[in-house]
Design a protein. Structure first.
Ligand code: C2E
Ligand code: CA
Ligand code: CA
Ligand code: CA
Length: 276
């Protein structure tokens, strides 16, 4: 912006203004989205690798914006993290997910685990454990059926505090998964000190393991590592039969991805479940 003198500076600052205007309007929209009932949860299944049977469900957040349509989480969660709105939004997410899971049970579907994604700010919020407890109590869902997915970067942020929170969750009976595994900087030697249940290998590994032998080797090493530490190992982002077959050969426990289904609104998920 410096090189071109006045003109390019002007261009630069106008661009900046547009961006901050957009941000501002997104932010004010986000503030009202909860009370305007604009959030939706989509659901995607997880399958057992060996039998193909559904073992669990993950809830994924969407924002049904009145003008912009359906907005994916990556476009508003970072903003909600920054301004703290992720706390009430996150509270809504696990309440809604627990309720939905119980509604499916009441309709006679098999009891499955329900996974929700937890962001860093939420995990370290002082009311977090209370909020999780409240959602469980309110929905009357068995705690063992709730699985919280936290990313690898949260894990290593403040190890002592993290282990403390994880221990409390374990005491409540809630399960915890480490999400996007392989993309962060976990100290592998410290991994076993965390009371965790599940390790989810990031989709970027899965989608690159067929063309790249070294990624395939890395992926199978991650599976072995997870299993040797006693975790349930889940592969996310599985898009083809070829990928699923390879993962099965290497003893991955469960998988999730477009090969089986995309995240769906609850009505569609129910319909799919009924018709197989
Ligand atoms: P994630 O937890 O790693 O979720 C997996 C993402 O991959 C989802 O994107 C899902 O729709 C997509 N996906 C599933 N199967 C496949 C596949 O076979 N191929 C490909 N290419 N993609 C697949 P989505 O729904 O856009 O969510 C993106 C991220 O936003 C999530 O990544 C998660 O980190 C975050 N997120 C979603 N919902 C919530 C929430 O309620 N709270 C928080 N804090 N974060 C959330
Ligand atoms: Ca996840
Ligand atoms: Ca993930
Ligand atoms: Ca991912």
């Amino acid at each position: 912006a410096k090189e071109g003198g006045k003109n390019s500076f002007r261009f630069y600052s106008e661009k900046l203004n547009t961006d901050s205007l957009e941000r501002l309007s997104l932010e004010s929209g986000l503030r009202n989205a909860l009370e305007n009932n604009e959030f939706r949860l989509f659901y995607q299944s997880k399958q057992d690798m060996a039998t193909g049977r559904m073992t669990g469900i993950e809830a994924l957040l969407r924002w049904q914006h009145p003008d912009l349509g359906l907005i994916p989480p990556m476009q508003f969660i970072p903003l909600a993290e920054e301004n703290g709105l992720i706390i009430p939004i996150g509270r809504w997410v696990f309440k809604t997910a627990c309720r939905q899971n119980l509604a499916w049970q009441a309709q006679g579907f098999p009891k499955l685990s329900m996974a929700v994604n937890i962001s860093r700010r939420q995990f370290f919020d002082e009311d977090f454990l209370k909020d999780v407890g409240d959602a469980l109590q309110e929905s009357q869902m068995a705690p063992e059926l709730l699985e919280l997915e936290i990313t690898e970067s949260v894990l290593m942020h403040d190890m002592d505090r993290t282990i403390g929170i994880l221990k409390e969750l374990k005491q409540m009976g809630v399960r915890v998964a480490i999400d996007d595994f392989g993309t962060g900087y976990s100290s592998l030697s410290k991994l076993r000190e965390f009371p965790l249940d599940t390790l989810k290998i990031d989709g970027s590994f899965i989608q690159n393991m067929i063309p790249h032998a070294e990624i395939k080797n890395l992926t199978t090493a991650l599976i072995d590592l997870g299993r040797s530490l006693g975790f349930t190992v889940v592969a996310e982002g599985v898009e083809s039969k070829e990928q699923a077959d390879l993962l099965r050969t290497h003893s991955c426990d469960q998988f999730q991805g477009f090969y089986i289904n995309k995240p769906m609104p609850p009505e569609e998920f129910t319909l799919n479940w009924t018709t197989g």
